[in-house]
Write a protein that binds this ligand. Structure first.
Ligand code: SF4
Length: 99
């Protein structure tokens, strides 16, 4: 169990993302203060870089993270529209909300 290295700047941990299902506190305990490697956001951060982490990606969205990572690491693949949109959204998100 250890704190994630991204805690200070993470939009999820710092309540910059909506918590519509009310599971935010549980995810923080599970991922941010424990199983960092299981966090979808952390997986993309470590594999691709923070600019590739979608603003609306929650820690439990592992399938989406796998898709983003596999598409980005396949050099012959054309980036998906979703990936391009995620990168552009991150580029133009307000300062302080970027991941
Ligand atoms: S949501 Fe993921 S990347 Fe953000 S602080 Fe928690 S474990 Fe780290």
């Amino acid at each position: 169990m250890k704190e994630c290295e991204c805690l200070k700047g993470c939009p999820f941990f710092n309540d910059k993302m909506s918590d519509t299902d009310g599971l935010g506190a549980m995810y923080k305990q599970k991922y941010c203060l424990g199983d960092n490697l299981g966090c979808a956001r952390y997986q993309i951060f470590t594999r691709l870089g923070k600019e590739y982490v979608p603003m609306d990606l929650f820690p439990n969205m592992n399938e989406r993270a796998k898709t983003i990572i596999s598409r980005s690491t396949n050099k012959d693949a054309i980036p998906s529209r979703d990936l391009i949109n995620d990168v552009i959204r991150n580029m133009f998100s307000p300062i302080g909300t970027r991941k």
